[in-house]
Structures are given as structure tokens and as C-alpha cells.
Design a protein around this ligand. Structure first.
Ligand SMILES: Cc1cc2nc3c(=O)[nH]c(=O)nc-3n(C[C@H](O)[C@H](O)[C@H](O)COP(=O)(O)O)c2cc1C
Length: 162
């Protein structure tokens, strides 16, 4: 049963500021997916590690376990419409990358043309402390398509947390 949450704690957690990223994944059968992630942070300089939280009951979690890699695509504030498309669950809308131009990176993960910068990570560890899995990836590659002003949750008045 869900523990009763303290209202103040819920509100504080909702107020925490986050970026908004497009994480790209590739499964064993060559299936691609992309999802919107705000729970993402660097967690080591040496080696350079990023951690992302991926909802355990999602298509994306299956794919990250299969492909053992992910890309992190930085999207400009002007491309917020892309975020609105990619936030939809793959199980409901099917292949979200069908109409989104991308290339396969060196890890196999999709890299979006619209991203002004990206990194690719190889999965090093996965932990399952709660309803999201903590996926820790080592940054093995990265590139720029230009410059940009990274999209934040607050730009869309979106919240993920609480
Ligand atoms: C503001 C915002 C932030 C989100 N952050 C995350 C996140 O950090 N991790 C996650 O698993 N889902 C996050 N989501 C939800 C996923 O983007 C959404 O569930 C998506 O449908 C999952 O993709 P999939 O169903 O195609 O696997 C977020 C949604 C919003 C609106």
C-alpha cells in the first residue's frame, strides 16, 4: 500500500528545478525509442558518469536493459513541441521516432538531429530502489550540432516529482 505522503514534502519536491532531456534508446531487435527525462544528473567526474531514473513499467526501461546504452539529447527551448510529442508513452502511440530525424550513434542509441548537443553512455549499473530504476551510464561519446538554450521543466510548467 502507498505510504501517506506529507503534503509539505510533496510540495517541496515538486518545486525542485530540473532540466528536460530527450533520452534515446535502442533494443535488441533494433527498436528505437525516446522519452522525456528530468531526473538526470552527472554523478562522477572520473569516470564521467550520468545517472537517469527510468520508470520501471515503461517501454524505455525494457530497451535500456536490452541495449545497455542511452543517448542524452539537449533540446533548445524553441523545440518544446518535440518534448510534447516524445512525452507520450510508446505503448500507446507506437514508434515515437518514426517522424523524428535521427541517426544511430556509436553505442546504437538514437541521436536526434534537432538536439543541439548530445552524449552517449554505456550502462554500467542499474539499481531498483523504487518505482524508477537508477541507470548509471558512462559517457563514451558526445557531439554538438550547434549551440542552444537548454529546455527546462519550468519552461513548460511541467512537474515530475512530489
Ligand atoms: C516533466 C516530465 C519529466 C519526466 N521525467 C521522467 C524521468 O525522469 N524518468 C522517466 O522514466 N519518465 C519521466 N517522465 C515520463 C516519461 O517521459 C513518459 O512516461 C514516457 O511516456 C515514457 O516513455 P515510454 O513510455 O515511451 O517508455 C517525465 C514526464 C514529464 C512530463
Amino acid at each position: 500500500m502507498k505510504k501517506q505522503r506529507n503534503r509539505t514534502v510533496h510540495e517541496i519536491l515538486r518545486q525542485m528545478p530540473y532540466g528536460l532531456y530527450v533520452v534515446g534508446l535502442r533494443g535488441n531487435d533494433g527498436d528505437f525509442n525516446a522519452l522525456i527525462v528530468s531526473w538526470l544528473t552527472q554523478c562522477s567526474f572520473d569516470p564521467p558518469l550520468l545517472m537517469i531514473a527510468v520508470r520501471k513499467e515503461s517501454r524505455s526501461y525494457d530497451l535500456v536493459k536490452q541495449g545497455k546504452a542511452f543517448s542524452v539529447n539537449l533540446i533548445d527551448k524553441r523545440d518544446r513541441r518535440l518534448a510534447r510529442e516524445l512525452v507520450k508513452p510508446a505503448d500507446r502511440v507506437g514508434n515515437k521516432l518514426k517522424k523524428v530525424t535521427h541517426v544511430e550513434g556509436s553505442t546504437g542509441a538514437p541521436i536526434l538531429h534537432k538536439a543541439f548537443a548530445y552524449v552517449e553512455c554505456k550502462v554500467r549499473e542499474i539499481h531498483e530502489p523504487g518505482d524508477h530504476a537508477i541507470v548509471i551510464g558512462e559517457v563514451v561519446n558526445g557531439g554538438k550540432h550547434g549551440t542552444g538554450d537548454p529546455l527546462m521543466c519550468s519552461d513548460l510548467r511541467w512537474h515530475y516529482g512530489g
